[in-house]
Ligand binder design. Structure first.
Ligand code: SF4
Length: 441
């Protein structure tokens, strides 16, 4: 009997990559590879990379160095790099890392079984070509083995916005939307397998369908997804503030299945910095969109991203970021110190702020956010939340799930409730979660 081949996947970066890694796993299962969580016994190690921040890119090289040692123990071990670093570096990566076997780009996931087969026969190869609009179906390999309670569904890829700091349009290509019929088909199949919640995924989901004739816009797509029976909750990420349209805002009032949470990255609070970032909106316009969302869904939870220390950001600009955070009342925030990405416009900007000062600003911002997150969590104590139960929590004897507003809630109950939406009374708040008591199952 031939021994099963083992696949280990290391994922860096965003949810898009998490979703791509799931597809990589499903595609390679068809090529005879079973997933392992132990990299030291794998026959194929894939690093699904991110190059949005320089740190993530450096990590890839350090991981590759670590995995190189495994080749001595297992001569048939193959090492592959996919994702944004692969897209950016292509053949160069094979030259830089002589023990690397495979490089595949963000548009080439569907070719992976063939690429791996060739590598098993001793070929080293890099496939990083972009796909044109006509062949876009190949960009979205579906995972028919998908099950679970909550799943990602990729609806578009790439971005046309060219924010001055961002590498995505260069490594993921221009915006391409998937056909709505295929999206709905995939979601119906998921619902048949017991999936209850879908998160529609893309670099800028709000501009879904705008370049495709005969397709709905994003609000229209949400309405169609809401019509799929068995799907009880819908989320989406990521949104660009300039593309939040009135029909999309209306969906938060009209579609009960649409969860009360939106991830809406502002990136900065000062108009000067927003303009240098080429974000396409002002602070006032951003706050108007937030107000419109709160008007139709007063309990909506807002999360976002902030970049600290963008070239030219001074103390007054930074204070505008802090005040924007307070005005919005973010439930949570991803925040980072700006890092230069080659080829982007911002790479040419002079940057006079010291690293130390940027670090200090980041700490002030994160300390404010921690306080706001805890206060926000405390405001739920005494409320009743509908929780989709996702599994058993790390604490023994408890289940965990998420409220419509995306707060993690732990509570004691029977595991038979996993996959159901239940009412939970919130009795205690922590920094990262809520504790509740089951009201009804
Ligand atoms: S909207 Fe801006 S930050 Fe987001 S992926 Fe596009 S270019 Fe990058």
């Amino acid at each position: 009997m031939t021994k099963a081949k083992l696949l280990y996947v290391e994922t860096f970066g965003c949810q898009m990559n998490v979703s791509d890694s799931e597809k990589i796993t499903a595609l390679l299962k068809g090529a005879g590879y079973n997933l392992t969580k132990d990299s030291s016994i794998a026959d194929l190690i894939i690093l699904n990379t991110c190059s949005v921040r320089a740190k993530a890119e450096q990590k890839v090289y350090s991981y590759l160095g670590r995995f190189k040692g495994f080749k001595g123990k297992n001569p048939r071990l193959l090492l592959g790099v996919g994702g944004c670093v692969a897209q950016q570096e292509g053949e160069r990566l094979l030259e830089k890392v002589p023990y690397l076997d495979i490089v595949f780009g963000t548009h080439n996931l569907h070719l992976l079984p063939e690429i791996v087969l060739a590598a098993e026969k001793g070929r080293r190869l890099a496939e990083v070509s972009f796909i044109d609009n006509e062949k876009r179906l190949d960009l979205f390999p579906t995972d028919d083995t998908a099950d679970g309670i909550s799943r990602f569904v990729t609806i578009m890829q790439g971005c046309d916005n060219f924010c001055s700091y961002c590498i995505v349009p260069y490594v993921r290509g221009r915006e391409i939307s998937r056909r709505s019929s295929e999206i709905l088909d995939e979601i119906r199949k998921m619902a048949d397998k017991g999936v209850k919640e879908v998160t529609l995924l893309g670099q800028n989901v709000n501009s879904y369908g705008l370049k495709s004739r005969g397709e709905p816009d994003f609000a229209g797509l949400l309405q169609e997804v809401a019509g799929v029976s068995g799907i009880e909750r819908i989320r989406f990420t990521t949104s660009h503030p300039k593309d939040i349209s009135p029909p999309l805002i209306a969906c938060f009032a009209e579609l009960p299945k649409l969860c009360g949470h939106i991830h809406l990255p502002a990136q900065a609070g000062s108009d000067k910095v927003l303009s240098r970032m080429n974000r396409g909106y002002t602070r006032k316009q951003y706050l108007e969109k937030i107000a419109a969302l709160k008007a139709v869904r007063p309990d909506i939870q807002i999360t976002g991203d902030m970049i600290v220390g963008f070239p030219g950001e001074d103390e007054a600009d930074f204070r505008e970021t802090l005040s924007l955070m307070e005005e919005v009342g973010y439930a949570d925030l991803f925040s980072f110190i700006y890092s230069v990405r080659p080829e982007t416009k911002a790479a040419e900007y002079p940057d006079e702020t010291s690293r130390l000062e940027k670090q200090e600003r980041l700490e002030r911002l994160q300390s404010l956010q921690r306080k706001m997150t805890l206060e926000g969590n405390r405001s739920f104590v005494g409320t009743r939340q509908q929780v989709l139960v996702e599994g058993t929590s790390k604490r023994g004897g408890q289940l965990f799930g998420r409220s419509s507003g995306n707060r993690v809630v732990n509570f004691a109950a029977d595991p038979s409730l996993i996959g159901k939406i239940v009412d939970v009374a919130v009795i205690k708040a922590f920094q990262n979660s809520l504790l509740g008591e089951l009201i009804s199952g």
